[in-house]
Write a protein that binds this ligand. Structure first.
Ligand code: UGA
Length: 433
């Protein structure tokens, strides 16, 4: 099939590459000229396992454009995968989406299916179809389909090629069939629903996972007080198949481009209908507090951060990505800088993005050891494998080995034997100094 994807951020680009891998001809359109230039040379603008390999492998089936006019093809399917970030009030910002939609009528004079990949408030697909139907020639057959995305950064290609499910929210058989043909070679469960349900599946799924994280974080905080161990508690819960073993890792809270905005958007929507979803509101509140847990913990050992050397290990919101959006590290670095700390940061892949996006007065280190050398305290914000492999040989470089770990990187039993202070989430505190 001949497919156009408008907006080649994380979701758009991965979708494009995976559809090309399955034999479709895919044109990627993005107004970001630098990104398109990079893609034309076979390079990926984002750090994502296997993505660049697939871009290169499928280069015959992938085209890149910055404007429609460069292409005169008729597309069977047009995906819209632009960002829908949060507004100040928590609602989803659909400016980019509507910009694209408003331009479509002057560009489409053939039958096609418009697919909304972007995460959008319930009812948006319907509104888009109504708009398009009143602005295109009546003889053109056009349908809008909701096809939400469930990929995670770091495992995006696998999550797409071997998806847990493909949800097709459609209101007519013709569009549904086109979507089934598109995904014919994806041997994964396919669920056909109405569009509102498809839109809701996306929010309900993300918010449920966020809820799970906030729940386990609250349990972890209580474990610290009563002397229980969150690792054992999570494990004990996960053995119950009804609970499952995913998203029960306690830590400093969720970040990224999805959970923070999608929890706020669903909460905003529920208020709009005067049906506040209280559980989601609780998940948001708990997460905001959880992000500050490490600083609170550090204050047990340090009165004043000013002029201290603070080592920060991990900037990205999770490992295996260079994405810093809503990363808990950012807010914590802000606090440390405000209090006059000398912040020395290290992250295996997030440093370049951090330099570009956040003009903060921090020292960028070339290695973990450079960050740790003579540091007064060390904060761990991301569970990169490289950090999990650190040993006392690394921490002994610190002036005082005070390690505040927001991702439970180390085995508590091993840490017990070392001359350190080790404070993690939901486990006993070790104070051997
Ligand atoms: C999330 C969802 O997992 C995807 O299914 C969804 O498609 C995607 O959002 C999206 O809407 O586009 P992602 O944001 O890439 O994917 O990352 P996750 O792996 O879900 O992690 C989100 C945050 O939760 C991270 O900060 C991570 O550290 C945290 N987390 C995750 C925990 O604190 N504990 C856990 O047990 C799991």
């Amino acid at each position: 099939m001949n497919v156009l994807i408008i907006g080649v951020g994380y979701v758009g680009l991965v979708t494009a590459v995976c559809l090309a891998e399955k034999g479709h001809s895919v044109t990627c359109m993005d107004t970001n000229i630098d990104k398109i230039k990079m893609l034309k040379t076979g390079k990926s603008p984002i750090f994502e396992r296997d993505l660049e390999n697939l871009i290169q492998k499928n280069k015959q089936r992938l085209k890149y454009i910055t404007e429609f006019v460069e292409q005169s093809d008729n597309y069977d399917i047009i995906f819209i995968a632009v960002g829908t970030p949060e507004k100040y009030d928590g609602n989803a910002n659909l400016k980019q989406l509507w910009n694209v939609v408003h331009n479509l009528p002057r560009l489409i004079d053939y039958n096609c299916v418009i697919v909304i990949k972007s995460t959008v408030p319930i009812g948006t697909n319907e509104k888009i179809e109504q708009y398009l139907k009143t602005h295109i020639k009546s003889e053109i057959k056009l349908s809008v389909v909701s096809n939400p995305e469930f990929l995670s950064q770091g495992t995006a290609i696998k999550d797409t090629l071997q998806a847990s499910r493909i949800v097709i929210g459609s209101n007519n058989d013709y569009a549904t069939q086109i979507m089934l043909d598109l995904y014919h070679d994806f041997d994964v469960p396919k669920l056909i629903t109405d569009r509102q349900s498809a839109e809701m599946i996306k929010y309900a799924s993300n918010d449920f996972l966020a809820l799970k994280i906030s729940y386990i974080n609250e349990i972890a905080n209580l474990c610290e007080i009563i002397g229980a161990n969150i690792d054992d508690v999570s494990h004990g819960m996960a053995l119950d198949e009804r609970i499952g073993n995913k998203f029960l890792r306690a830590g400093i809270g969720y970040g990224g481009s999805c959970f923070p905005k999608d929890t706020k958007a669903l909460h905003w929507m529920s208020n709009l209908y005067d049906k506040e979803i209280k559980t989601v509101k609780a998940a948001i509140d708990v997460n905001e507090q959880q992000k500050l847990r490490l600083i609170k913990k550090a204050r047990k050992y340090i009165d004043d951060f000013s002029d201290l050397k603070v080592a920060v290990l991990g900037l990205t919101f999770k490992p295996e990505t260079d994405d810093l959006r809503d990363s808990p590290a950012i807010v914590n670095i802000d606090i440390l800088l405000e209090e006059g700390a000398n912040v020395f940061v290290y992250d295996p892949v997030g440093m370049e993005n951090f330099k570009k996006l956040y003009k903060k007065n921090v020292k960028f280190c070339k290695s973990v050891n450079e960050a740790l050398k003579d540091a007064d305290v060390c904060f761990i914000f991301t569970e990169w494998k490289q950090f999990q492999e650190l040993t006392y040989e690394n921490f002994r470089l610190m002036k005082k080995a005070i390690i505040i770990d927001g991702r439970n990187c180390f085995d508590i039993k091993k840490m017990c034997k070392l001359p350190i202070i080790y404070d993690s989430i939901g486990r006993i505190t070790i104070n051997n100094l």
